[in-house]
Design a protein around this ligand. Structure first.
Ligand code: PBG
Length: 337
């Protein structure tokens, strides 16, 4: 219930906004480096390749990914999330590279865990980086197969856990995958491997720059609307998040982030579970692009957009801004808030 203020002038709500010190005292939500998961892209070879539609983001080598993990550790960012840009020659219909213990992603996990063990490594579980069709599941006659895909995702999960992944991130939106993964992880003795389920993942136009980054853009035949959520739905997001927790997920995610803050709030209020949002590539591109054109103040909209996720109920945010935001937070702390 909202407590009504005394009538004016006894209540002047501007009083508590009158100086920075008071605003700091009564601020309800704050962002800190602990809230951030930093998604990074890896590729084969030694080169670093900038991603034009994501200014400031590049595909890194495995060594570059290790350096990024070191940077994360220095900045107090607890976790990074790996996305491989897979050699086109390795993309097939059977997606077998996805569960190859020596694939790019698994090599990067091993290298990071060997060099910076205190950083949590999160992975992506979906077939799209390995799929000649660009879809997250197996495609037969234009249809995306559910159960066969889940079996493949389980193999992929086990290979990642074997490589040392701390947090498995199923982004595929197949039904039944969380239970299958959790059962397989338990059976294989990976009892402490966490699952952050992309539970409410919408079929969104905001993933465009990401698909450029992992080389999936030209490949995708059709769209992902038979497995990702319809942007018009909200109750369904709660059913998905509740189901995934019941199947053994430890945390759930809403994706994209900014256009779906209402979903973040509902998940947190109605389910009271660890809730994350993914501020996706298109959101990053919008803010960066506008800042580069001088249309927005980049630093201020970055921090404002991230704080809004906290206000909406999120415990943490996956964001390409993670290192820049953590640096800003550190500078603010030095300057005394
Ligand atoms: C694919 C995947 C996507 C993203 C993360 N994992 C794209 C998609 O579903 O097509 C998008 C992330 C972003 O846009 O930043 N499984």
């Amino acid at each position: 219930m909202v407590t009504l203020p005394a009538p004016f002038p006894a209540a002047r709500l501007r009083r508590m906004r009158a100086a920075p010190s008071r605003r700091r005292l009564v601020r309800e939500h704050a962002l800190c480096a602990d809230d951030l998961i930093w998604p990074i892209f890896v590729q084969e070879g030694d080169a670093e390749t900038p991603i034009p539609s994501m200014p400031g983001v590049a595909r890194l080598s495995v060594d570059g990914a290790v350096r990024a993990a070191e940077t994360a550790a220095e900045l107090g960012i607890p976790a990074i999330c790996l996305f491989p840009s897979v050699d086109p020659a390795l993309k097939t219909e059977d997606c077998a590279e996805a569960w190859n213990p020596g694939n790019l992603s698994n090599r990067a996990i091993r290298a990071i865990k060997a060099a910076v063990p205190q950083i949590a490594v999160m992975t992506d579980v979906a077939l799209d980086p390995y799929n000649i069709n660009g879809h997250d599941g197996f495609v037969v006659d234009g249809r995306i197969l559910n159960d066969e895909t889940v079996a493949a995702l389980v193999r992929m999960t086990l290979a990642q856990a074997e490589a040392g992944a701390d947090i498995i991130g199923p982004s595929d939106m197949m039904d039944g995958r969380i239970g299958a993964m959790r059962g397989a992880l338990e059976d294989a003795g990976h009892k402490d491997v966490a699952i952050l389920s992309y539970a409410a993942k919408y079929a969104s136009g905001f993933y465009g720059p990401f698909r450029d980054a992992v080389g999936a853009s030209g490949r995708l035949v059709g769209d992902k609307a038979t497995y990702q959520m319809d942007p018009g739905n909200s109750d369904e997001a709660l059913r998905l998040a509740a189901r995934d927790m019941a199947e053994g997920a430890d945390m759930v995610m809403v994706k994209p982030g900014m256009p779906y803050l209402d979903i973040c709030r509902r998940v947190k209020t109605e389910l009271q579970v660890p809730t994350f949002a993914y501020q996706v590539s298109g959101e990053y591109a919008m803010l960066k692009g506008a800042a580069q054109n001088g249309w927005l103040d980049g630093a201020s909209v970055m921090m404002e957009s991230l704080l809004c996720f906290k206000r909406a109920g999120c415990d943490g945010i996956l964001t390409y801004f993670a290192p820049e935001a953590a640096r800003t937070l550190a500078a603010e702390a030095r300057a005394g808030g």
